[in-house]
Design a protein around this ligand. Sequence first.
Ligand code: AMP
Ligand code: ZN
Length: 488
Amino acid sequence: MDKLFLYNTLTRAKEEFKPIATSPQDLTSALSLRRRGSAVGLYTCGPTVYNYAHLGNLRSYIFEDVLKRVLLYNGYEVKHVMNITDVGHLTGDRDMGEDKLEKGARREGKSAWEIAEFYAKAFKKDLKLLNIIEPDIWCKATDHIQEQIDLIKKLEEKGYVYKTSDGVYYDTSKFKDYAKLSHLDLETLREGARVEINPEKKNSTDFALWKFTLKGAQRQMEWNSPWGVGFPGWHIECSAMSMKYLGEHFDIHCGGIDHINVHHTNEIAQTEAATGKRPWVNYWLHNAFLNIAGGKKMAKSDENFLTLENGLIKKGINPLVYRFAALQTHYRKPMEYSEEAMRNAAKGLEHLYNQTRELGIPPIRRAGRNYESGIINKEFKNKFLEAINDDLNMPQALAVAQELLKSDIPAKEKLATVFDFDKVLGLNIESAIKISALPNEIKQLAEAREKARKEKKWQEADKLRKEIESGGYAVEDTKDGMRVTKAK
Ligand code: AMP
Ligand code: ZN
């Protein structure tokens, strides 16, 4: 088994990935994991569903999907949990401001529950369009209020909690390693937290575990708790739900780099304090931002953010082009969105599809059947593995795919190998190059021509060939049937 290296924010180093479920005696982890039915535990912080996910958010989920596919490609089983934040995330990340869900509800004249359902559904649709494998478990914060209350009670029993007029807070000065994920000194972290001043907090980094519905305020989402009616703070949901589904010690936790200093730092503080076990999570992985021109982070709070719909689909660009563009930049490097960059990525993806089509792709008569299977080329597979196992170096993995396609190994072998790579790339190469992926008009002409040929109506078949060609496609008659490809 090849070694997989991942960059761990906790240690600021590339480390060899060693799954928890593997005891030191079981060195061949993939097989032994399968046999024992355990899996790599992966928790990825999900969306706050008060608006559409923007392309920056989606960059996170593409990176996490690649990570998961790389684990699967290496033979691991993965248990993937993703939360949906449908309460408690305030407009200020430091417990001040309004609940984003309640704000979204006001904006759209709907209930907070309707808003959450609508945008969670839209989010899942985006994941599908990007060919992102669904998590094994989706969990919503509002479905796990009791688990969150129980966790806060535990923290209270251990003396980490104090009450103010607006909520129940975690005392960060009681947790020794509070700054360990951020690698900042405590003073800098505290300075960063001073942007939102709450005079009742003991330390500026302290954060809300539970917030009260204040007198006179009207909230749509609120629950009883031992401390008063209110709602959970933003961070507690991820601790409570990840432990419920993955246990008190699991392998990997991910999110964007903006989560390092606040959200994930607080998750660690409350979880490790509650369980008394360290570390809670072995590997913390974070993706860099998607920026808009000029290096500005794309953010939901800027109303002009771009979604998959208005950034790609409305412009006539296949959403998978965004996935391809994201693969072209290493996940720890900033990426920039521009329409031009998307158009270039569209050309790159079409080129990849065409290169693959030219290897002898599904003559029309055989559409729907399997290709004659070639053998996966070992040498290229190893190069590919080396790239993806080096902290998910996808730009290098794409370069290996190009090298493969331009090499002089037999076409069938290339085809089998590129389809194998696509288990990680997730570019849907196989279905994109099938006859069914042709534009409707061309597909109908091709099917009509195939029928004419079968009936030996040669003149008609010739006429149809010309029509296909004038639509920008080339026709080739092979012993297996007719093949239609985009003209060069
Ligand atoms: P949210 O829905 O705001 O909770 O964010 C969902 C995910 O998107 C989190 O993992 C964020 O860290 C990540 N994220 C937010 N903005 C960007 C951005 N511009 N580029 C990349 N990731 C982002
Ligand atoms: Zn989280």
